[in-house]
Design a protein around this ligand. Structure first.
Ligand SMILES: Cc1cc2nc3c(=O)[nH]c(=O)nc-3n(C[C@H](O)[C@H](O)[C@H](O)COP(=O)(O)O)c2cc1C
Length: 130
């Protein structure tokens, strides 16, 4: 099973969670700014970001808009924020509209609890991939 982890992170919080998820999945976390396109088909795509003034970063939105159902078997989302889950809702809507299945379960870490949540992110990933 091919798994990929992609994220956008301005301040580093989502990056740290993405790296924990990637560790759980045994792959590398890659920023959407580093690789703006998903090069090959993946069975599972972990995709995450954060809200800035209530909206996701344009870089992450552009990435989600470019994805197609023939590139991704299933998407699993993650987000970090002060309170909002909006990034997950918006990504879910965007991906489902394209016919990409998105799990209802997603991973959330509050911006003040990133370090404390990295083990939970790894466990979440392993369970989701069982
Ligand atoms: C300019 C700015 C705007 C933000 N706006 C929101 C917001 O609207 N809602 C929220 O819950 N968190 C907000 N946050 C908190 C970030 O979403 C949070 O710090 C997140 O973990 C940042 O992720 P990153 O470190 O991966 O960039 C904001 C942070 C910044 C710097």
């Amino acid at each position: 099973m091919k798994t990929a982890v992609r994220y956008y992170s301005k301040l580093g919080n989502t990056k740290r969670i993405a790296e924990a998820i990637a560790e759980g999945a045994g792959v590398k976390a890659v920023s959407v700014t580093e690789e703006p396109d998903l090069a090959e088909y993946v069975d599972v795509l972990f995709l995450g970001g954060a809200p800035y003034a209530n909206i996701m970063a344009p870089e992450l939105r552009a990435y989600a808009e470019k994805l197609s159902a023939d590139q991704v078997g299933r998407a699993i989302l993650f987000t970090t924020s002060n309170w909002s889950r909006r990034t997950v809702r918006a990504l879910k809507k965007e991906l489902r509209a394209k016919g990409i299945p998105v799990d209802e379960k997603y991973f959330y870490a509050h911006m003040t609890r990133i370090k404390a949540r990295t083990d939970a992110a790894k466990d979440f990933t392993r369970k989701m991939l069982e």
